[in-house]
Design a binder for this molecule. Sequence first.
Ligand SMILES: *[C@@H]1O[C@H](CO)[C@@H](O)[C@H](O)[C@H]1NC(C)=O
Ligand SMILES: *[C@@H]1O[C@H](CO)[C@@H](O)[C@H](O)[C@H]1NC(C)=O
Ligand SMILES: *[C@@H]1O[C@H](CO)[C@@H](O)[C@H](O)[C@H]1NC(C)=O
Ligand SMILES: *[C@@H]1O[C@H](CO)[C@@H](O)[C@H](O)[C@H]1NC(C)=O
Ligand SMILES: *[C@@H]1O[C@H](CO)[C@@H](O)[C@H](O)[C@H]1NC(C)=O
Ligand SMILES: *[C@@H]1O[C@H](CO)[C@@H](O)[C@H](O)[C@H]1NC(C)=O
Ligand SMILES: *[C@@H]1O[C@H](CO)[C@@H](O)[C@H](O)[C@H]1NC(C)=O
Ligand SMILES: *[C@@H]1O[C@H](CO)[C@@H](O)[C@H](O)[C@H]1NC(C)=O
Length: 424
Amino acid sequence: MFSNIFLIPLIFLFLTPRNNYADNLKMLKIFGKVNDFDLNTAEIDENCIQTCFSNSDCILAFFNEISKCLLFFYNSTEFLEVVETTRDDGYFVAFKTNLTDPDPNYCPSGVKFPPRIIIDDHLIFWNKYSGGIWHYRKCKPFQRSNPKVTVCIQVFITRVGITQQEAKDYCSWIGWKLIGVANPDEAKWIFDKSMELVPDQKFYEGIWIDGERKTPGYDEFQESDFQTNLSTSNPDFCPIESEISPKIFLGEDPISWTNTSDSTWQFKKCIGNWKMFKRSDPEITVCMQVFVLGNGTTQKEAENYCRSIGYQVTGVASVNETLWMLSKVWKWIPNLPYYQGIWIDGERKTPGMNNFTWTDGYTVGYRAFEVNNSMMSFHNEIKPSELENCLVVSRTYQPAVINDVACGKGSGADLGVACGYKLE
Ligand SMILES: *[C@@H]1O[C@H](CO)[C@@H](O)[C@H](O)[C@H]1NC(C)=O
Ligand SMILES: *[C@@H]1O[C@H](CO)[C@@H](O)[C@H](O)[C@H]1NC(C)=O
Ligand SMILES: *[C@@H]1O[C@H](CO)[C@@H](O)[C@H](O)[C@H]1NC(C)=O
Ligand SMILES: *[C@@H]1O[C@H](CO)[C@@H](O)[C@H](O)[C@H]1NC(C)=O
Ligand SMILES: *[C@@H]1O[C@H](CO)[C@@H](O)[C@H](O)[C@H]1NC(C)=O
Ligand SMILES: *[C@@H]1O[C@H](CO)[C@@H](O)[C@H](O)[C@H]1NC(C)=O
Ligand SMILES: *[C@@H]1O[C@H](CO)[C@@H](O)[C@H](O)[C@H]1NC(C)=O
Ligand SMILES: *[C@@H]1O[C@H](CO)[C@@H](O)[C@H](O)[C@H]1NC(C)=O
């Protein structure tokens, strides 16, 4: 399964700018190392961070305790992977980052992660993977009109034959979305990029003829959802590790770091941008995500989908969980019709009762069914012989969002599923 615990030893040190290059550029330093690069052959530069800071093309400095220093430049870097290490390893990585706080002397109240910066009109961003790994890829920003947004597109070659759903999952796994194209420029850029990434024309064409298709993932850059709050009484420096108690926002959830030892901060998070719910009685933490799979999704398809990504259809234990699910569907389908929703776990085994059997292995109780949150009809109102013993979360004509539907086929217009797992 997934490792949900990341050990992240960090020190936060910010270099105050000593030139006029940009008023809110800083170097964010952590214990870490750049994969596939060796410091042994690197030159010594005792001012490694400062050198990177002063060079407008430098995006990252990698150095060790004896000041062997490697700099990475925007022009010559396509991909980087930074892995967080421990203090004892003696490696440091400093990201150039653009803090939104305009005052260079104070630590910002919310430091944006992943560090990002704009060089030559290109957004440089880092993406955080599980296990304390940061990835960097160049991103091409496109200005769109109507609506006026800037989207950031990147093409990923994953594997031959990837399905659209897998492509979507890939994008959401790395924290973004599969993007559509809004104009010929974007389409052309994407095409050129994929040709650049897979230049072997023959190989590519062969696959094409075989009917297998490479689906590049197009990613839309989202406002950073990874923030930590720092505060300090010292106006010149941001606090060091021992003085901070950072709280980060990943996806929608604030996640507190806990200090497990001198140099180690630990936090638990749900994978990707899944939503975390803390349940009481019993006290467990559950991670969930809503997937819109298509109009007419059957219960079986819903179950298979969750299983295919390694989870299960989740039950619900509070009104909040169900409201969050509905809001998610609503966000994707703004004109959500009544009684169209997503499958959740739970089946009524005792006719006439509202105590459902949960199969997800972690849901207990019926608190989600609290006053006015469920609309139980027990059978199809038009065809009374048809029992409605399974559950969806959907928009109804009432405040209620839990609706009982026929097992198997549901309403016939169900849109997807809520998958979940228990965070250990
Ligand atoms: C990066 O490369 C571009 C094109 O080759 C060049 O115009 C630009 O000056 C370079 N930037 C730096 C900082 O070297
Ligand atoms: C930093 O951010 C500010 C405000 O968002 C922006 O005006 C500035 O151009 C950015 N600078 C760099 C180098 O990214
Ligand atoms: C950071 O702290 C400030 C002031 O306490 C607060 O207003 C803000 O919401 C916090 N931001 C985050 C991301 O916690
Ligand atoms: C972190 O833990 C160490 C050792 O357990 C302790 O000495 C230190 O005060 C803690 N720091 C914070 C900020 O809690
Ligand atoms: C799903 O299909 C039904 C019937 O075909 C239709 O009435 C409904 O509007 C569709 N829902 C969405 C969200 O497209
Ligand atoms: C439900 O969510 C609201 C707002 O997000 C929050 O204030 C409330 O404490 C939550 N209730 C439970 C039982 O978690
Ligand atoms: C539901 O309630 C009935 C009657 O009290 C009981 O026989 C049945 O075992 C209960 N089922 C569950 C899943 O709790
Ligand atoms: C439940 O709904 C009824 C009728 O719509 C309403 O009168 C009642 O106040 C609601 N109760 C709660 C707790 O919201």
